[in-house]
Design a protein around this ligand. Sequence first.
Ligand code: HDE
Length: 715
Amino acid sequence: MAEKPTPASSEPKRSTTTIHDQKLLRGAGGELHQTADPNTPVLTTAQGGPVADDQNSLRIGPRGPLVIDDFHFREKIFHFDHERIPERVVHARGYGAHGFFETYESLAAYTRADLFQRPGEKTPAFVRFSTVAGSKGSFDLARDVRGFAVKIYTKEGNWDLVGNNIPVFFIQDAIKFPDMVHSVKPEPDRGFPQAQSAHDNFWDFISLTPESMHMIMWLMSDRAIPRSFRFMEGFGVHTFRFVNAKDQSTFVKFHWKPKLGLQSVAWNEAVKINGADPDFHRRDLWQSIQSGNFPEWELGVQLFDQEFANSFDFDVLDPTKIIPEEILPVQPIGRLVLNRMPDNFFAETEQVAFMTQNVPPGIDFSNDPLLQGRNFSYLDTQLKRLGGPNFTHLPINAPKCPFTHFQQDGHMAMRNPVGRANYQPNSHGEGPRETPTRGYRHFPADEQGTKARLRPQSFADHYSQARQFYISQTGAEQRHIASALTFELSKVEIAVIRERMISHLLNIDETLAMTVAEKLGFQDMPKPADAAMPTRQDLEPSPALSIVERGPKRFEGRKLGILITDGVDANLLKGLTHAIAKEKAVCELIAPKVGGVTASDGKWLEADHMIEGGPSVLFDAVALLTSPAAMDDLVKEATARDFVADAFQHCKFIGYDPSALPLLEKAGVAGAFDEGVLALPGEEGLSAFVAELGKLRVWGREPSVKLGKASPQVL
Ligand code: HDE
């Protein structure tokens, strides 16, 4: 009988759908009809009428024309014709999941928000992760910002924390948003490139917008190519306010910290993942939640007052700035667990409407001009996308606390006020009433000034934190930023745009500017860009900004790809899969044929992928559990050689059975062995390999790896 080592994967096998054998009736034209029986419901029209035949339209004679009496045909096609709604103008490609938020301690001293009053209280939540630039059908591993939008259904109304995985933004004023987005989207005359920032229009806009330089450093870093939604941070970006029962305000910045730590992929790997599995991030979230490995983040806050805010040269209202964690630590205040996939993607993930203005009493806005602009945009955009003002009636958007108001009518009204009074005050004693004590009170900020279109001087430093971000990265991460800038600018056709960018980089880090200019083939260096304020050289590195520095140091939640062949050492495989399961990680088996292989003990092992369908870019590390007999054929397989060569290039750990040495050699890896390529047999070999996996990548290997000449990422 077929046997699969059970600890290898706690994930469901390929299909989770139950197959029902049903009685089939054959029609005169040979078509098959499944008919209702006591176990299956009757198919009806949308009006509830039972349907007799769903495969043949009503017609005159067997070969004659169709007739308009066919209300079932007309209703079915009509509905299909209207299935699509406009995709989001940005963040069109997204993936959502349900879960809960759990409060750690009472925050009553800072906020009267009901969800932060009682330790241990759980509040339902829905999260949608997204890319920004690409359309709904684009690939997951674009170099892009990721949206991290959280809807928490509190007892005092929905709180939407609509954040990103990068804590700063491109622009300082919402009025620039349409320009910024137009520039990154496909160029309007040609309709490409899709889901990419590597083109003239984007870099033209950026090079003319110095305030974007800090964001550009993040976008060119590995933060923009995350390995999984589960391994990303999230940020509220803006400064918000907590307001307590005494109407006292504390400024707050929100952070989501993934329990499994941070991790990204290499650019060369991202490009290949997009081909191998364009749904890589979706599948990852789906698989982990379906298999009971629920991703988790801690919500942290940076709390400060006006006096602390005044201690900085920059403005805390400027969304292109961060407050380094080393200066103001992030305090954990609760956790978010995602434990259920939506029943239906469209009904929930597509129709969910996030709005920054959704805040419960106790959470308020600051005067960040980007945030204030967003507070208009999100309500406005839902009307277009969801087609009317009643999108709050959709279950995914409706509050989970009681709600009563006098709003009525409009397209698709499902919950109109009942009774005679649809206004208040009224003398009928009907309907809801105001509650001055419990209701939302805006923070009574004292505002005055002259009405004008202006930008404060406190927003003028565009380079200091860009430099701080860059110097906070490890050597490998800095190399990646230089490679990303080189790749992106190499796609820019207009030379003056490339020059402008180099002149900005000169204000951030001279070595970075020189490296990129050299790789782009500059003959002469341009002058540094004219800066509104000189770059501060005294800002200390912030290790919290580096992914590698904050690495999880464990393999939990990651995936090992095991390449097996006929004759695979059954004990070795069993030992490895057990050890990986103990790390709370997952294995998948890759074999020359997806049907499987016969192991050394004569048992049949079913595979998860054939080699072409399971390239090593889909895994965090690989093991080669081959046998001498299978090697002759395997070394001839280009896909097997790529499996190894890519894993090596992408600095992954490789464990191998000695029989795999010829494959390593043919893949060009032999002779270049380093501490990340480990022989497996024996208890010790196995545990050493598994212990090393926690480092996730051997970035030290990178400078010695020579990628092909055609590769954009020549190191
Ligand atoms: Fe958005 N943004 N945004 N944005 N944004 C939208 O709303 C907008 C900004 C973010 O999964 C839109 O429902 C303006 C910053 C996320 O459904 C739209 C400005 C941050 C999502 C919109 C910004 C974000 C959106 C498009 C400049 C991080 C996806 C569809 C002032 C803090 C939410 C929609 C989801 C979506 C406007 C800038 C995050 C048009 C005008 C900064 C995660 O309303």
